[in-house]
Design a binder for this molecule. Structure first.
Ligand SMILES: C[S@@+](CC[C@H](N)C(=O)[O-])C[C@H]1O[C@@H](n2cnc3c(N)ncnc32)[C@H](O)[C@@H]1O
Length: 356
């Protein structure tokens, strides 16, 4: 049963219906997101902005960069990302609704940003008391902004709590049925998703759901020029054809980041220990059969959000490839060590093993 929302200013229920309707075109759903973003900006005074030049307003934390509220607001414009996350979160809530009929579903949304974009539209879909939502961000301005939107959308009947804290270190006596964390960029670079996942995985109830369920980083020998053309055309269907034609070669699966294994495979009891920790991601060699000098070394990102909902290569900004300039073009027979460096600027690092 839905919450009855008497909102004359913005129809959140209609927005959710549009975003969750796969019969509507991509353009129709993007336009609904644009309308929502414009409304949020009018209510909160925070205008979505890439703010490439506003580095000073980002927060450099011990475990990565927390982008500033205007840049976080701009994430809504990474449309396919936003639509797939919202669809995945609604699917997870529906699964938990079946599983837990007798008590409220406890939800933690870490890194909610100023518009709580991935959850706010869905709140209209759930009846009063069904959800117990906790919104967390390092930026107080973002939490004030979400509070203003909640008041504007007349959602006060929903149980909402706000936490201004670092998700890499925050803890709670209570566990959560659903944890949502989108504090990442392509190749798990710069933002603290790894440390956030390691910390918040401890707060998940048994059988709880963590979104995204898995982030995968694969290393490929590929043609960077061609990759960029795909990126502009957004035509990932051609990528398997490149593999079939031996114009893209799989080298190594470097990362499969999941909440249910992050702390088991790589024990991290004390979140403080995340700072400057290095995680071994294995080794690989370039097979002699590959004409390596024709290829660049790239890392590709894919996201499994929930159930059958994915973000494939080049679906969105988060799943663009990244080129390792130091090791491009490759050379036949080279061997490499791969590792993930946690700290204020987390990223995948690659070292040659066979320097002679
Ligand atoms: C990429 S934005 C995503 C915003 C929003 N969730 C969305 O999907 O549109 C990341 C957000 O996470 C917040 N953030 C990043 N690292 C954080 C941390 N360690 N603790 C708390 N918030 C963090 C940033 O302040 C920012 O609001």
């Amino acid at each position: 049963m839905r919450l009855s929302v008497n909102n004359t200013q913005f129809n959140l229920a209609a927005l959710a219906d549009t975003l969750l309707n796969p019969q509507l075109s991509f353009d129709q759903r993007c336009s609904a997101l644009d309308d929502f973003a414009a409304h949020c900006a009018a209510v909160t005074g925070i205008t979505p902005d890439r703010t490439f030049s506003a580095w000073a307003e980002d927060s450099v934390l011990t475990s990565g960069v927390a982008i500033n509220p205007a840049a976080a607001a701009f994430c809504i414009k990474d449309y396919q990302r936003t639509l797939q996350f919202i669809a995945g979160i609604q699917a997870a809530l529906c699964a938990l609704d079946q599983r837990l009929p007798a008590r409220p579903i406890r939800v933690l949304y870490a890194g909610c940003g100023p518009f709580a974009t991935l959850l706010l539209p869905l709140l209209s879909q759930w009846s009063e008391g069904r959800l117990d939502c906790h919104l967390l961000d390092i930026h107080a301005q973002s939490l004030h902004s979400v509070q203003a939107l909640v008041a504007d959308c007349q959602l006060e009947a929903i149980n909402l709590s706000y936490h201004c804290a670092d998700a890499c270190h925050w803890s709670s006596a209570e566990r959560f049925d659903l944890v949502i964390a989108e504090t990442l960029q392509k190749a798990l670079e710069q933002e603290p998703q790894w440390a956030v996942t390691a910390n918040l995985s401890r707060l998940l109830k048994p059988q709880g759901i963590f979104i995204p369920e898995q982030i995968t980083l694969n290393l490929w020998a590929a043609h960077w020029d061609q990759e960029q053309r795909y990126s502009q055309r957004q035509d990932p269907a051609d990528l398997p054809a490149l593999v079939d034609e031996f114009e893209r070669h799989f080298l190594h699966c470097a990362v499969q980041l999941r909440a249910d294994t992050v702390s088991l495979q790589r024990p991290i009891a004390d979140p403080q220990a995340l700072v400057a920790q290095v995680v071994d991601l294995g080794q690989f060699s370039v097979a002699d059969s590959i004409p390596a000098h024709r290829f660049d070394l790239i890392v590709a990102t894919t996201l499994h959000i929930y159930a059958d909902i994915h973000l494939h290569e080049y679906d969105c900004d988060l799943t663009r490839s990244y080129k390792f300039y130091d090791w491009s073009p490759l050379a036949p027979g080279q061997s490499f060590r791969v590792y993930y460096e946690l700290g204020p600027y987390p990223r995948v690092r690659i070292d040659r093993l066979d320097r002679g």
